[in-house]
Design a protein around this ligand. Sequence first.
Ligand SMILES: [Zn+2]
Length: 482
Amino acid sequence: MGRPFYLTTTLPYVNADPHIGFALEMVQADILARYHTLIGDEVFFNTGTDEHGLKIYQRAIEEGKDPQAYTDEYAAKFRRLKEKLNLHPDLHFVRTTDPDHKEAAQEMWRRCLAKGDIYKKKYKGLYCIGDEMFLKESDLVNGKCPNHPTMDPIEIEEENYFFRLSTYQDKILGYLHRESSVVPNWRREEAIKFVERGLEDFSISRDKARLTWGVPVPDDENQVMYVWFDALTNYISTLGWPFDSAQGKPDDFEKYWERGFTLQLAGKDQVRFQSVMWQGMLMSAGLKNTDRVFYHGFITSGGQKMSKSLGNVIDPIAIVEEYGIDALRYFLARHVHPFDDSDVTMGRFKEAYNADLANGLGNLTARIITLAEKNLPEPIQRPEAVGFPKEYTDAIEQYEYNRALSYVWERIQKLDRRITEEEPFKLVKTNPEKGRILIAECASELYAIVRMLNPFMPEANETIKKAILENKKPPNLFPRKE
Ligand SMILES: [Zn+2]
């Protein structure tokens, strides 16, 4: 039995179509889910949709829809990503409007309350609807939220419940001082600095007079939960927490969250939510902290943030429709930096597609299988499944997808060179026996290379392996694009 491995993306808000940044996080997570499955771990892979909060409520009203109908529509769009991005077959999908999730959020609340970490107070502050959070004076840039320079923060005064995050300052620091808690390491240092500046308690509910769209606060009919408090709980509600055992079902929470290794993926702007706020909530509820959070960078296009008005939006679904799913997955893994911001243009995408996929992998596959089909009397034996090279596994386990694929492409180039230098197409005429041995060796090496594509390009992995074992040239996987 493999080791239990849990991983989750953040849940996107359902107020827009899936964008390339989320596709990046989804593909990065899926590569790990497939990799861990491949090496024999038992994987629990979670994603879903974050559906409460003022921003979503307002958008639904603007569109003249009932909030539940509005979120149903968007949740279905995000659910379709499973097919569009060819995600792991066992992907779990949690919606924060699911009844089980809402009950879990309420249980989380009750536990924090029982611990003495929830209290009520009058509060006045500036609220950014874009981020669904109160801003501190020190956050403001020219009086606006730094993430939303075109939106005016709104002044809110009301009586809310607060969570005693300040109580957990030292404990959270202790957690962040574990080297493995955050990847990359400089993001961990950033988190430590953020906590060292002092943690403030934060409001975790909203007055129903202002917002009804949320999980009801237990035993207070006038308040709903702050969207973050509810949404963060999804990471464990998806595992059936806290109800599983009572229902006598296998306890995924115990298996994956408590005994397994837990990994969360998130964008670089999420540090204070995922590595601070959520960890404080877990501590308060007496639950194990997340083992590690991996933060990716942002994608810009042509040096600017993508926007409809600039016309530089890169639509992941349009790429999939024109170039195929593996082309998108490949590009996000190899040519987008796993941790830093990356700039992506369609020009750069096409260049990489033609060079690495059409001319590289596609061409090599056609070359070798054509030779094999013509000259080998029967298909090669399935090569024995040996372990993967350390260069490759180390890179993936450090989330350096670009490095893992550079290694795979070095092997592709090396094999290409071997064919050019040793000319099996000529050798097979002058010395058929030696020629056939060389062709079979090239086919085995291609098989070994393609095995390593399993987590990254599941379709190419299957198609090429099958073609080698059937000794039959596959359809052109990556037609050149002009
Ligand atoms: Zn904001």
